[in-house]
Design a binder for this molecule. Structure first.
Ligand SMILES: Nc1nc2c(ncn2[C@@H]2O[C@H](COP(=O)(O)OP(=O)(O)OP(=O)(O)O)[C@@H](O)[C@H]2O)c(=O)[nH]1
Length: 301
C-alpha cells in the first residue's frame, strides 16, 4: 500500500575506507547498526540501516570501502560495494574534506554511468575551515556527476537536517518497506559477531585486527536468566592468537567484557559470553572458509 506522499527507497553509501560511512549511517538510524573504528576496512559486507520518519523511509546500504583488490577477502568487499549500486534509488558518495585523490577519482569514474541521482557528501567538515570547502566542491562539480554537494559531520551531526531534506527530495514515492521500529536487516547473530570484532579492532594493533574473523557458534540457550552466547575468534597465525588472548588471558577478557556490554544493549537482555580463539591459516584467501563464516560472495549479488 502506498501511503500518501511517503517517500522511500534504498540508498547506497559509497566512499573510500575510513571516510565515515558507518558513522553516518549509525547517526541517521539513531543506533549502532554498523561497527566503526579508526582503522580502514572495518566494514566487511553490506549492512542496511533503516531510517523511518513521518513521511520517509530510507534504507541505507553501508558498503565496505572500495579499494583495489589484492586478497580474496578484498575482492569480496569490492564486489559487495559494486553490487550495491544496482537496485538502489539514490547514491551518496562520501569523501574527506580534502583535494580529490586517486581513490576518489576511481570511484567517481564508476559513478559516471549510473542511472540514479548521485549526491556528494563531504564528511568530517568539523576538521576544516569552511573556506577550504569551496575549491573541493568545485573540483567535484567539474565531474558533472553530482546533483547536490552537502558538507556534513557524521560525528557532530552537522548538515544532517539538510541531508534529510535532500533525501526526501530525491527518493521516489513509495511505501514503508519495514516496520518503523526496525533499524537493520541483519540477523542478530551477525550483529553480535560484529560487536565482538569491533572490540578486537579497538583493542589490538597492526595486522591483528584485519586477520581476525568472528563467528557466533550458538546463541539460543538460556541459563540462570542469561542468554548464553558462544563465539569463535579466528586468526591467521599462532602469534596473533597469543596477542588476542593476552598475558594471562587479559586481552580476551577485556574483549569479552566490552563486547558483552554492547551485546546486552543491542539485545536488551543479560548475556554470558564465551569466547574461543582458533588459528585458521590464511583464512582470508580461502574461499571455502570465507563461505563457512558467512562471507559468501553470493550474499553480495
Ligand atoms: N572528525 C570526524 N571524524 C569522523 C567523522 N565521521 C567519522 N569519523 C571518524 O572516522 C573514522 C572512520 O569512520 P567509519 O564510520 O568506521 O568509516 P567507514 O567509511 O565506515 O570505514 P570502512 O568500514 O573502513 O569503509 C572513525 O574513527 C570515525 O570516528 C566526522 O564527521 N568527523
Amino acid at each position: 500500500m502506498v501511503e500518501n506522499n511517503n517517500k522511500s527507497g534504498f540508498v547506497a553509501l559509497l566512499g573510500r575506507p575510513n571516510v565515515g560511512k558507518s558513522t553516518l549511517m549509525n547517526y541517521l538510524v539513531g543506533q549502532k547498526v554498523a561497527i566503526t573504528s579508526n582503522k580502514p576496512q572495518t566494514t566487511r559486507n553490506k549492512i542496511s540501516g533503516i531510517l523511518t520518519t513521518d513521511d520517509m523511509q530510507a534504507v541505507f546500504v553501508d558498503t565496505p570501502g572500495i579499494f583495489k583488490p589484492h586478497l580474496n577477502l578484498d575482492e569480496y568487499m569490492d564486489k559487495a560495494s559494486l553490487s550495491s549500486l544496482k537496485d538502489v534509488d539514490l547514491i551518496l558518495f562520501m569523501v574527506e574534506p580534502e583535494e580529490m585523490g586517486k581513490g576518489d577519482a576511481y570511484i567517481a569514474d564508476m559513478l559516471k554511468d549510473v542511472k540514479v541521482p548521485v549526491l556528494l557528501l563531504i564528511n568530517k567538515v568539523d576538521q576544516v575551515n569552511p573556506n577550504e570547502l569551496l575549491p573541493i566542491i568545485d573540483q567535484y562539480r567539474n565531474l558533472n556527476i553530482f546533483k547536490e554537494f552537502l558538507p556534513v559531520s557524521a560525528t557532530q551531526g552537522v548538515g544532517i537536517s539538510d541531508l534529510m531534506q535532500v533525501l526526501h527530495q530525491y527518493l521516489p514515492e513509495g511505501p514503508k518497506y519495514f516496520g518503523s521500529d526496525q533499524i537493520t536487516d541483519r540477523p542478530e547473530y551477525f550483529m553480535v559477531a560484529e560487536l565482538i570484532r569491533e572490540q578486537i579492532l579497538k583493542l589490538t594493533a597492526e595486522e591483528v585486527p584485519h586477520a581476525a574473523a568472528v563467528w557466533v557458534e550458538q546463541m539460543n540457550k538460556h541459563e540462570n536468566n542469561k542468554l548464553q552466547i558462544e563465539a569463535t575468534i579466528y586468526v591467521e597465525k599462532s602469534g596473533q592468537k597469543g596477542i588476542i588472548i593476552g598475558k594471562g588471558g587479559k586481552m580476551l577478557k577485556q574483549i569479552g567484557i566490552n563486547s558483552r556490554r554492547q551485546i546486552e544493549d543491542l539485545l536488551g537482555e543479560k548475556v554470558n559470553l564465551h569466547l574461543w580463539v582458533k588459528v585458521q591459516r590464511n583464512w582470508r584467501s580461502d574461499p571455502q572458509f570465507l563461505r563457512r563464516i558467512g562471507y559468501n560472495p553470493k550474499d553480495f549479488t
